[in-house]
Design a protein around this ligand. Structure first.
Ligand code: GAL
Length: 672
């Protein structure tokens, strides 16, 4: 089992560190390094947003301060993750090169300021970015403390300037080759929207053409294409200068604006920033926890064979939630162990020390404005260092999931834009999350992966609301089931091609009807107060929001509707196809219905289910040994059963097949 960095054979524990805000306070910087050691930090991320301190005037670099700090960190055994500083621009840059500032969807150019708002197409911006990256890279590539490049920061947003428009035109030409082909795929004869040439096509301005689904979708794809091009631009420079150093680019949550599957091809290590709304007034801890749990599974699924990094989190509270609640005792430990259990080899924070002024001065940090160590934040972080030390031997191990939930950004965008169902209840992301949770509660570990990824490697594949069928996908599902795989697919699948043109000849299209042994002939969209039920042989489950009317061919009916004009018609089916099984869920069922079906699917797939107590999150990591993680989000103790006997790495006690975990605590059992 290899650690992510040969220099650190341990879990990474670190922070974003912004010493440039304190250069006139040497006592603060001295205290920092001492206290970082006391807190058990082994890395710091430097240089994010430091551009103006590194290059106070165009072409005049000042790296001395950074070198001194990196040297001192290194001497103290703390490694540096070095960021390119391009996520926030100095005033001199915007003054001289206004084209670096973005144009919005109304066509208005931004003024200088804020951050995460550079135009990725601007040649002048790229020129200045290349200059600082080359200089920074040349200066620090051989510094023994540097372990990783952190490209930019949380790429996001959109720019609608003339440069971006020109690149959009080129993107469309490259994709469609002829305007005729584009017109057909976008179905532009409708409403007289036919284009004569590529140059006529505008981006979907807010006060312009917003009604062509193909255009809207291609614009989204273009934004991803253009930003991946930008990340590749930075990445290529860094690979040229320092090919020995790996690269990352921190992602955000399930960010709607960019297809992270595409970014992951460029960088070496997946990392992301997680800020769940803990302690809210509408959910249990477990319910809140399922949000980051799913997101971790997405990140893990981007490169399933190696650990990812939790690049940012917060030991206390943020300053941008609707209500910035303090984490209650235990929440920090559980959320950090959740990340590790899910396959992360790091727990990092924004930020080491709270800023004295400006926009994030009240954001939580390991060190508060008091500078003291007797705060809960500092003590929680310090205690977590001890726990992470206890877990050291899991470094480099991975989560080996038997199931996959297929999740696709193109499909997500297409569903959101489609004028069908109800915008209030489509909830594609939530639906995928619910299937993930249903698997988790049955003890089935699921990765969340792209339909273009190798789902063939999993025993059980869950395909929620796969409205868009990309070329080759249906055939792969067919091959997968034929050769023994178990697929669970839901309503609203197989309607359109990759450009949102409806498939003709019946849904689910492209041969999926044959695999599932049915056709979905109609879909009923219920109002929020309306329900139906799916009646199985011995159970029945509530149906809400969507109910498809199915024309069943070779499939076997597992459940029928109890109400409405389609009463007694099939709602859920199973089709034994080739050596495998294809289960079709024609309606949106309550959670217990999904759980029931997954138990059934798991029995066909030869996947072991476990009885996990309610409110407990379970993961396994596999390496030289097998490590079972139990995270008890309940505030009261629970007894877990059905475990592999072993040793709890935290308490060092032996445990048998059943044991008790106290409220809001964790157990990590190494199987013996
Ligand atoms: C992240 C960002 C950090 C900091 C943090 C605050 O999204 O990368 O720079 O702003 O949020 O929660």
């Amino acid at each position: 089992m290899k650690p992510l960095f040969a220099q650190i054979p341990a879990l990474i524990h670190g922070c974003d560190y912004n010493p440039e805000q304190w250069l006139d306070a040497p006592d603060v910087l001295d205290a920092d390094i001492r206290l970082m050691k006391e807190a058990g930090m082994n890395t710091m991320t430097l240089g994010v947003f430091s551009w103006v301190t590194l290059e106070p005037e165009e072409g005049k670099f000042n790296f001395a301060w950074l070198r001194e700090i990196m040297d001192r960190l290194y001497e103290a055994g703390i490694y540096t993750i070095l960021a390119t500083p391009t996520a926030a621009r100095p005033a001199w840059l915007d003054e001289k090169y206004p084209e670096a500032m973005r144009v919005n969807a109304q066509g208005i150019r931004a003024h200088h300021g804020v951050r995460h708002n550079f135009c990725p197409s601007s040649p002048k911006f790229r020129m200045r970015a290349e200059s600082i990256i080359r200089a920074l890279g040349a200066e620090f590539k051989d510094h023994p403390g540097v372990i990783l490049w952190h490209i930019n920061n949380e790429i996001g947003g959109e720019c609608w300037c003339e440069f971006c428009r020109a690149r959009f035109t080129a993107f469309l030409k490259d994709k469609y080759q002829t305007i005729d082909h584009l017109n057909k795929q976008w179905w532009t004869a409708f409403w007289s929207h036919t284009y004569n040439n590529f140059e006529q096509i505008e981006p979907p301005w807010r006060n312009g053409e917003t009604t062509i689904h193909g255009l809207n979708l291609d614009w989204k794809r273009f934004i991803t294409w253009n930003f991946t091009d930008y990340v590749r631009f930075e990445s290529d420079i860094l690979r040229d200068i320092a090919p020995h150093l790996p690269q990352t680019n921190n992602y955000m949550h399930l960010y709607p604006g960019l297809d992270y599957h595409k970014f992951s091809e460029i960088i070496d290590i997946i990392s992301w920033d997680s800020y769940p709304v803990w302690e809210n007034d509408k959910e249990t801890y477990f319910q809140t926890a399922m949000d980051p749990s799913f997101d971790h599974a997405v990140m893990r699924g981007l490169k399933p064979t190696k650990p990812f990094m939790l690049m940012e989190s917060v030991p206390s509270y943020v300053n941008w939630h609707p209500y910035n609640r303090a984490k209650k005792p235990g929440t920090h430990l559980l959320s950090a162990v959740q990340a590790i259990a899910s396959g992360a080899d790091s727990v990092q924070y924004f930020q080491w020390r709270a800023s004295r002024g400006s926009f994030e001065q009240y954001h939580g940090a390991v060190l508060t404005h008091s500078g003291k160590t007797n705060t809960r934040a500092f003590q929680d972080v310090k205690a977590l260092s001890d726990t992470m030390n206890d877990l050291k031997e899991i470094v480099g191990s991975v989560v080996a999931s038997s199931a996959a939930v297929l999740f696709d950004w193109d499909n997500r965008w297409a569903i959101k834009d489609a004028k069908v169902l109800s915008d209030n209840t489509k909830n594609y992301e939530d639906t995928c999350r619910k299937w993930y949770t249903a698997a988790m509660t049955q003890g089935i570990s699921a990765d969340v992966i792209s339909p273009l990824a190798n789902f063939e490697d999993y025993k059980l594949v869950i395909i929620p609301m796969m409205y868009m069928i990309k070329p080759g996908f249906a055939q792969r599902v067919k091959n997968y089931v034929t050769s023994g795989g178990v697929a669970v697919m839901t309503y609203f699948s197989g309607w359109v091609n990759e450009n949102t043109l409806c498939h003709l000849g019946g849904f689910p299209a492209e041969g999926l009807s044959e695999v599932f042994g049915l056709e979905a002939v109609e879909i009923d969209t219920l109002y929020p107060g309306q329900t139906n039920h799916a009646q199985f042989a011995q159970n029945h489950f509530k149906v809400m929001d969507y109910a498809e009317i199915l024309d069943v061919g070779a499939a076997q009916v597992l459940a029928s509707y109890t109400d409405d004009f389609y009463q007694q018609s099939p709602a859920v089916t199973r089709h034994d196809f080739g050596k495998g099984t294809a289960i079709y869920v024609g309606c949106r069922m309550e959670d217990a219905g999904n759980e029931y079906l997954l138990r059934l699917a798991a029995s066909h797939a030869n996947v072991r289910c476990m009885k996990i107590p309610s409110g407990v999150e379970y993961h396994e990591r596999h390496g030289d040994a097998q490590y079972a993680f139990y995270i008890n989000w309940n505030e009261t103790a629970v007894t877990v059963h059905d475990c592999k006997p072993g040793v709890d790495l935290i308490t060092k006690k032996s445990v048998d097949t059943s044991f008790e975990i106290s409220g809001k605590s964790v157990a990590v059992i190494k199987a013996t």
